[in-house]
Design a protein around this ligand. Structure first.
Ligand SMILES: Nc1ncnc2c1ncn2[C@@H]1O[C@H](COP(=O)(O)OP(=O)(O)OP(=O)(O)O)[C@@H](O)[C@H]1O
Length: 767
């Protein structure tokens, strides 16, 4: 095996490589082979990218990669000896990343396009520095490029400014751009190039069609694909990690875990279809269940599955292989053999229901306070002082969280169990049983309101269904009516009551054929998970838990690398503050294509003089954003961070006839579809945009005193508000593909949650 001292890539070949989605990372098989090729393995390059050809230079010092039919004499030359790139010490995944980042930079430089903040040019020295890795990985690793190497000599031959020379890489700045690189290896390349004929045509090898697969993508630029694609197309587009998850058999529980936008929902849907198709192939029965958190996401998953050609399973064309998509509530209502109308149910995913719940909690709290005399002597002094000195609003929100997450979610609405559950770290400051008794009283009064209003919240339904599932009747029906495979999307949004239903629903009692997707940081507020989410509730049998397989996905398809960086700075600052806050983005990277990169802009924070200007300005910026990206208004979401701003934005829309669709229910794709069709912005709040994606988002009112709200005065309520604010900001930021614009009021200044983002330049102030 000859050792390469250089690798040179012709300009058209550069374009071919940056444009091919399957060569962007080693997550794809072809990208993996590219990594092997770079590290010196003898591979037929044409099998990786059919129009390319690698020729060994006459001096035997390196490889010259050219493109069929292309005569342009411009090259990027990697001096492998000086730069130490692609050597034994560099992992394949990093090698491909460095290679692609340098090539992307080169195209932009040649075309004089706008550069990223991670690409710096020093015109005085004719040098450039590229930081190939996301700041989330904090490596400080840089690659130095000479933009006009060996200039004196080449100028005489009329060849200057044709070549870019990659001469150095590392963490140290050393002499910076002033350094003069060695041209020893580069000269070899110049000699070799003189002996090569450019513009030769090559025959495209058989079976190479997959490399040009990007052309199949419909509507969207290569890189990310809209989730609505056929099954066969998706199976060719998956990364190796994703494919492994989709194709492996579901004998024991399987979890897919990763940050927002990594394709978890996609993989889960494909896995369901894959399982059914496999059963069809061998003619065995397969009744599968796909569970979503809300009715809105149920409808969206059905449409995704329809595009994956799963209609015959969805409509039970063959009763032997059926795919049912349901919400857990719908399923429980079926188990209870009872229809529940919308008015009876307090949907946790809907704005109006949340408001009603808050009102009920507020009223319950007032009434409980009237009885405080009875409780007072049992309360801890710290809780008593918290109740008497803290503002009412934070207390009510914390009570609502405590009732939902702890009393209902973890303690099955039983006081004894509630006493045993440890207090949330970022929750009400409960010290002793007396404190809990008071909260319990609030909960009882809250329940009374529900009963008198003839309303259920979802936990009532779950608990009754659980009662039914534990009976001998269900145990007998189970083998007939249960499911062979269960797929659960957004598992982090289910509470303990809900999670404990699933294991009753499998056909077999001894095998949990359950696949589920998790991103813990998208669950709003502290859920009291110690280390992991309620994994033991989902799969109570220890042997099954031990057997389960876990797949981590880290290539973010949805968001640009700048947006991944910004989201990272938010989760990492949360992880520093709260021990139980997960930082899912630590190793994530963006897999956005070169074409998409052109639409992106680094995230910015824009300030306005007052709230009125903020509302007007946010609309104006959203308008500008959609125009600049050439996206429909429906691809831009305006997300208000407080109720007041939400109402003010709605009022403005009504008054000034602004084109908006208001989204008040989590993940409702129909609203988004309507917005796209009628050219209106989607106006919403962070709690309702989860599960959706947009080209750009404008986050309104992310400033001091609002995110987190300054209402609380005590340490405890500040921690609670802060935790929730981190989750919300993370969810809202990761909805955007290309652009994130954050707005606030000048006198308040940006939210402190963005401090890390500002100091690491993940976001910039813009006028
Ligand atoms: N291998 C891939 N190639 C191209 N696009 C992909 C790939 N995997 C996922 N995508 C696209 O990335 C986007 C995000 O996918 P998806 O919604 O499944 O992510 P998610 O992890 O469930 O996100 P969230 O946690 O925010 O709900 C979708 O538009 C999807 O079509």
């Amino acid at each position: 095996m000859a050792v390469n001292r250089y690798i040179a890539v012709q300009r058209e070949a550069v374009e071919e490589i940056v444009g091919n989605r399957l060569l962007q990372t080693t997550d794809f098989e072809l990208g993996d082979q590219l990594g092997e090729f770079l590290s010196g393995r003898e591979l037929d390059l044409a099998k990786i990218a059919p129009r390319l050809m690698a020729q060994r230079g006459a001096s035997n010092a390196g490889l010259i990669i050219t493109c069929a039919g292309a005569k342009t004499p411009a090259f990027v030359v990697f001096d492998l000896e000086e730069s130490h790139l692609f050597g034994d010490s560099q992992a394949k995944v990093d090698a491909v990343q460095c290679f692609q980042r340098v090539l992307r930079f080169s195209v932009k430089y040649w075309d004089q396009r706008v550069l990223n903040p991670t690409e710096l040019i020093y015109p005085a020295y004719s040098k450039a520095v590229i930081f190939p890795f996301p700041i989330s990985q904090k490596t400080g690793f840089r690659i130095s490029v000479d933009l006009n190497p060996y200039a004196g000599r080449l100028q005489k031959r009329g060849q200057s400014e044709r070549y870019l020379l990659v001469y150095k890489s590392g963490r140290e700045e050393n002499q910076g751009p002033a350094e003069t690189p060695s041209f020893t290896v580069f000269r070899k390349f110049i000699e070799d190039l003189a002996k090569i004929e450019l513009g030769v045509h090559v025959a495209i090898p058989e079976g190479a069609t997959i490399a040009s697969f990007q052309n199949v993508s419909i509507g969207s630029p290569p890189g990310r694909l809209d989730i609505h694609q056929g099954y066969d197309l998706w199976m060719r587009a998956l990364t190796s990690e994703q494919r492994r998850f989709v194709e492996s058999g579901l004998a024991t529980p399987m979890r897919i875990e990763g940050p927002a936008g990594t394709g978890k929902t996609l993989c889960l849907a494909l896995k369901a279809v894959h399982g059914l198709r496999t059963s069809e192939g061998v003619d065995v029965e397969n009744s599968s269940l796909f569970v979503t958190h809300s009715e809105a996401s149920r409808r969206s998953i059905v449409s995704v599955l329809q595009s994956m050609d799963a209609d015959n399973f969805l409509t039970a064309l063959s009763p032997r292989r059926v795919l049912k998509v349901a919400t857990l509530q719908g399923l429980c209502a079926e188990i209870l053999r009872r229809e529940l109308s919308d008015t009876e149910l307090l949907d946790p995913d809907a704005y109006d229901a949340k408001q009603i719940q808050l009102l009920y909690v507020e009223d319950a709290f007032h009434r409980a306070k009237d009885e405080l005399g009875t409780y007072q002597k049992f309360l801890s002094s710290s809780f008593l002082s918290f109740l008497s000195s803290e503002d009412e609003w934070p207390i009510i929100q914390m009570l609502q969280h405590e009732i939902g997450v702890v009393i209902k979610g973890r303690a099955n609405e039983q006081f004894d169990a509630y006493k045993r559950v440890p207090a949330l770290k970022s929750g009400l400051p409960l010290v002793n049983d007396g404190d809990k008794s008071f909260v319990w009283r609030v909960y009882e009064l809250y329940r009374e309101q529900l009963i008198s209003g003839a309303q259920f919240d979802t936990d009532d339904v779950m608990l009754s269904a659980l009662g039914q599932l534990a009976t001998p009747i269900w145990r007998r029906r189970r083998s007939r009516e249960g499911y062979d495979c269960i797929y659960i999307d957004e598992t982090h949004l289910f509470n303990m009551n809900e999670l404990s239903i699933f294991h009753h629903l499998t056909k077999r009692e001894d095998r949990f054929q359950i696949a589920f997707a998790v991103d813990r940081s998208q669950a709003i507020g502290d859920r009291g998970w110690a280390g992991d989410f309620d994994w033991e509730t989902l799969v109570p049998q220890e042997s099954q838990r031990l057997d389960h397989s876990k797949m981590k996905v880290s290539s973010v398809f949805r968001c640009s690398s700048d947006i991944v960086n910004l989201a990272f700075s938010v989760t990492s600052s949360g992880a520093n503050l709260f021990t139980n806050f997960e930082d899912p983005l630590a190793l994530a990277n963006s897999n956005q294509s070169f074409e998409e990169e052109r639409i992106c802009e680094p995230p910015a924070f824009v300030v306005f003089e007052n709230d009125e200007a903020l509302v007007d300005g946010s609309y104006e910026r959203a308008e500008r954003m959609s125009r600049e990206m050439a996206s429909s208004r429906g691809d831009v979401a305006i997300v208000a961070f407080t109720e007041e701003l939400f109402r003010a934005l709605i009022a403005k829309a009504e008054l000034a006839n602004k084109p908006v669709e208001v989204l008040k229910e989590r993940g409702n794709v129909e609203v988004v579809r309507r917005a796209k069709q009628s050219g209106r912005f989607v106006l919403s709040m962070p709690d309702y945009v989860g599960g959706l994606e947009f080209d750009g988002v404008v986050l309104v009112g992310v400033d001091q005193g609002r995110v987190p709200p300054s209402g609380g005065i005590s340490h405890e309520s500040r921690a609670f508000m802060n935790f929730t604010a981190h989750n919300r900001l993370y969810v809202a930021i990761t909805r955007a593909r290309y652009r994130v614009l954050v707005t606030g009021v000048r006198a308040r200044g940006p939210s402190s949650i963005l401090n890390t983002a500002f100091s690491s330049h993940a976001i910039q102030l813009r006028e």
